[in-house]
Design a protein around this ligand. Structure first.
Ligand code: PZK
Length: 304
């Protein structure tokens, strides 16, 4: 089993996050790589979850295929299309890379929420609002919202995202671009939430990133799409308003961490093998539940 910490590739790195990395291929394309790193409570663990990056990449591929009417950055996931400089890494990269169109990224995160949790629940408890928009009284944590809400955010210098109003997003991006990306975000959320619901999964909320094509006009969906790292997925049978439901993927890890006396600051505790194995199993179950496809089948396709 191949498993990846950081990818040291003979390409210039143009972006790196806690768990994914982007390298330059040429003027018009990038190599997007999902590693097997995992974070909990914003801390990256020292151990890897084997195949996690492949699971997330396979989910992104699945959703992009279902949303083929929305322009997206994916060019290829075929090993044959890897630049010759990284052909030696083909086995490690298989299933976890996307060759993507190079865009000018919009400096706003497109968050859509269908349920009242996380920072949305925190704001509602304080003010009765989400992103400044008034909501009905008496909602409980994790309640379904009357309608999905668009709650844009900007990357703050502190590392944590700052919620902004739709009007502010319009001032930053221009009204037309903001409205196009917002409408794509609603369309994607509604499609995915309905699709997931039929499979016993709740899509509580999700975050999209968009860029603008070289034509300076076309708004294009980028990044990973509707993965457990960009979304909250809950098993529908474990959803109970009034409490924060377990997330499909990380709950196994969080449950184990919560039994320790770890202060949620680095350094993280060492993950035992059974926690690594159980977490990997949950990611693969999430892939199979959402796509209706065996993860092994996905990997056979991506290795050939
Ligand atoms: C791009 N990020 C976010 C940060 C990551 C990703 N298609 C694109 N064109 C130009 N830039 C980006 C993309 C995409 N996707 C996305 N940063 C640049 C990001 C850290 C690690 F993998």
């Amino acid at each position: 089993m191949t498993s990846m910490q950081t990818m040291d590739l003979p390409l210039r790195k143009v972006g790196s996050g806690k768990v994914r990395e982007i390298f330059e291929i040429d003027d018009s394309s990038l190599l997007f790589v999902a590693t097997d790193r995992i974070s909990a409570y914003d801390v990256v663990m020292d151990e890897l979850i084997p195949d996690k990056g492949r699971v997330l990449t396979g989910m992104t591929e699945h959703w992009l295929a279902l949303a083929s009417d929305i322009p997206n950055h994916l060019i290829s996931m075929s090993l044959a299309d890897l630049p010759s400089a990284v052909q030696d890494y083909a086995e490690e990269l298989a299933g976890r890379f996307m060759i993507v169109k190079r865009l000018n990224m919009l400096p706003v995160e497109f968050v859509v929420r269908g349920y009242l949790v996380g920072s949305g629940w925190a704001e509602y408890k304080r003010n009765g609002t989400i992103a400044g928009m008034p909501l009905p009284e008496g909602l409980r944590e994790a309640d379904k919202l009357p309608e999905p809400l668009f709650t844009p955010a900007t990357k703050a210098t502190t590392g944590h995202d700052e919620n902004i109003s739709e009007a502010t997003a319009g001032e930053i991006l221009g009204e037309k671009r903001m409205a196009t990306a917002r409408d794509y975000s609603f369309q994607l959320y509604k499609m995915a939430a309905e699709y997931a619901e039929q499979r016993g999964i709740i899509l509580a909320d999700t975050k999209f990133e968009f860029g603008v094509d070289a034509d300076g006009e076309t708004v294009v969906l980028a990044d990973e799409v509707l993965t457990p790292d960009s979304s909250r997925f809950w098993p529908a049978d474990e959803w109970k308003p009034g409490s924060n439901p377990p997330s499909f993927d990380k709950q196994f890890l969080r449950d184990w961490l919560s039994g320790l006396d770890w202060n949620k600051e680095p350094p993280p505790p060492t993950l035992p093998q059974d926690v690594i194995d159980g977490t990997r199993r949950r990611y693969i179950e999430a892939y199979e539940a959402i796509t209706g496809k065996f993860f092994d089948t996905y990997m056979q396709e991506r290795r050939s």
